[in-house]
Design a binder for this molecule. Structure first.
Ligand code: G4P
Length: 543
């Protein structure tokens, strides 16, 4: 590669910012996404994201299920340009029932934005998602939303984030009042004060007042008796608060905090401006054989999500590929390593905020969609030549189980195909017991089961139902101690199954039985997460 080409590659990579928003449902993720796109110039009108969501929901029956319940299960990617950067925003399904998919989206990002409702503080869903970020050391920026409503005091919110999420907070803006007394936000870095005026809809407002310092008498003119409160707060923060450290943020140890009100467009610009400066560009990613750097000339990428029903007329499925290194150009021949075949990719898609368009060129950090007719699985690696296998795309041990019951026995072939494909897509986990021909489904959230029944009916014309099954928890089994493994298999055969990747799993009837098994077989690893593709490793316990 010529040095001019490698320079272009590097220039393109350092201006990429790929991130996901994490929040508990209702904290304001959709609103903030929309406002980021509005400030980023990617959409002209507020309401577009919500309207598009509504339109998408109308495209299929199982999506009608989402609409009925007022939740969002579909992940999308939105790309826009801002301040010289190319921003890839990965939307994550917020409902806890879809957390496995949400978790995987977090493996494709370089940083995350945490949205917290000022009135509710840290909520359950946020905790789970933060665990994934912490596991990966993902840098997190925090936006405390809904300051226009009465909420918890800012110091309490930060203390809660620190205690519950285990990450230090460093405020970069500080609110003046809240609820009906919300007057604006003070910028701790510049000493500017942004005054708040409610501005719903698309109007980009915000009066910025540059004050000399906190003793500036104009502060009293603007804020009345709240000026004194602000002075006290800032003094306290400067004495006892955490100073922002870029290094600690990038290491995932500290989160810079912003206060605002997404629905009122307040605090969003500061957030976006800071984001493009502070958030990391694509970094190196671990593959089984080595670390892969984004500015390596050869293309490589990994599939982190498969989405069906993007276009119902074509019954297509889209494999979402995070580019890990190099440059993608239309028509490029890529090696699909697991399948052992080459693919000329002429019809990849890039997801612009406004639309999906054919992609001519994309760089490390970008997400492209490759149409799939079933051959591509989550965790698959594509590259130009080198047989890489990216690691770190996890499967999570399911928490709920059902046995599938087929209503029309003549459809057993279709059922088999449907369940295998849906499992490959990551919509559900499929287990086949060693001792029977049953299909056991495992899910992280209950709603997934309903989605599967609807999709089996709609896409595979299979009428199926569920039966309860006495399984409470599952663990993947790994061991290099062949003797112990053989004995374990003999003794626990009735509760053993193979998942869709033929990895051995123990489907435990109760937590105490699991505990007993663990005590009895100390050299066996009972894993709650499994890396997709891990069964290919030599120590795995293929049955
Ligand atoms: P989600 O994607 O995280 O689930 O949340 P979403 O953006 O849909 O927001 C949830 C609710 O919170 C919405 O109200 C939204 O308008 C409101 N909201 C978002 N940001 C703010 C804010 O800064 N201040 C206040 N007061 N409310 C905010 P809704 O009634 O459910 O929907 P809508 O009728 O307003 O669209």
């Amino acid at each position: 590669m010529s040095s001019a080409v490698s320079q272009t590659l590097r220039r393109e990579i350092v201006r990429r910012r790929t991130f996901g928003i994490i929040s508990h449902p209702d904290a304001g993720k959709t609103t903030l996404t929309e406002k980021l796109l509005l400030f980023g110039g990617a959409i002209q009108m507020a309401g577009t994201v919500k309207a598009r969501k509504a339109l998408r929901y109308a495209t299929s029956d199982w999506m009608a299920l989402e609409r009925e319940r007022g939740i969002s299960v579909t992940t999308s990617v939105m790309k826009f340009a801002y301040g010289g950067c190319e921003v890839n925003l990965l939307d994550t399904p917020g409902h806890q029932d879809f957390s496995e998919d949400t978790y995987r989206v977090l493996t494709a990002v370089d940083s995350a934005l945490l949205v917290i409702d000022a009135a509710k503080g840290v909520e359950a869903q946020t905790r789970k998602l933060m665990e994934v970020c912490r596991m990966r050391g993902t840098p997190i920026m925090t936006f405390i939303n809904k300051m226009d409503r009465a909420g918890l005091p800012p110091l309490t919110l930060m203390a809660e984030i620190e205690a519950v999420l285990g990450v230090e907070c460093a405020p970069l803006t500080w609110p003046v009042g809240m609820g009906s007394f919300f007057k604006g936000a003070f910028d701790l870095r510049t000493g500017g004060l942004r005054l708040f005026s409610p501005a719903r809809g698309g109007k980009i407002q915000e009066a910025l007042v540059s004050i000399r310092d906190l003793d500036d008498p104009r502060l009293d003119a603007y804020l009345g008796n709240q000026a004194e409160d602000l002075r006290t707060d800032i003094e306290l923060l400067r004495e006892a608060g955490n100073l922002f450290s870029l290094e600690r943020y990038l290491a995932g140890e500290q989160t810079p905090v912003f206060f605002g009100s997404a629905v009122n467009n307040f605090g969003v610009r500061e957030l976006l401006d800071a984001f493009i400066v502070l958030a990391p560009p694509p970094g190196p990613r671990p593959a089984a054989s080595r670390l892969v750097f984004p500015d390596e000339p050869e293309f490589s990428g990994v599939v982190f999500k498969i989405q069906a029903n993007m276009d119902k007329a074509h019954r297509d499925r889209m494999a979402f590929v995070r580019i890990c290194s190099g440059r993608f150009v239309r028509g490029m021949k890529l090696r699909h390593h697991r399948a052992g075949r080459d693919l000329s990719v002429t019809n990849a898609t890039i997801f612009m905020a406004q639309d999906r368009t054919g992609v001519e060129e994309a760089f490390a950090g970008d997400i492209i969609g490759i149409p799939s007719h079933g051959a591509i699985k989550i965790g698959d690696t594509f590259s130009e030549k080198e047989p890489l296998a990216f690691t770190g795309i996890p499967s999570f041990a399911p928490e709920h189980f059902r046995r599938v019951q087929l209503k029309n026995p003549l459809k057993s072939k279709q059922l088999h195909k449907g369940l295998e494909q849906l499992a490959e897509e990551g919509a559900v986990q499929l287990f086949r017991p060693l001792e029977s021909n049953e299909y056991i489904l495992g899910a992280v959230g209950l709603l997934q089961f309903e989605v599967i029944i609807s999709r089996l009916a709609e896409e595979y014309a299979v009428d199926a139902a569920y039966e309860p099954v006495p399984i409470e928890t599952a663990r993947w089994i790994f061991s290099s101690d062949t003797g112990e493994l053989a004995s374990f298999k003999d003794n626990y055969r009735r509760d053993l199954a193979l998942d869709a990747e033929k990895t051995l799993a123990y489907l435990a009837p109760s937590p105490w039985k699991l505990e007993a098994a663990q005590e009895r077989y100390p050299n066996i690893r009972f894993l709650t997460t499994r890396e997709i593709g891990e069964c290919a490793r030599p120590e795995s316990a293929m049955a």
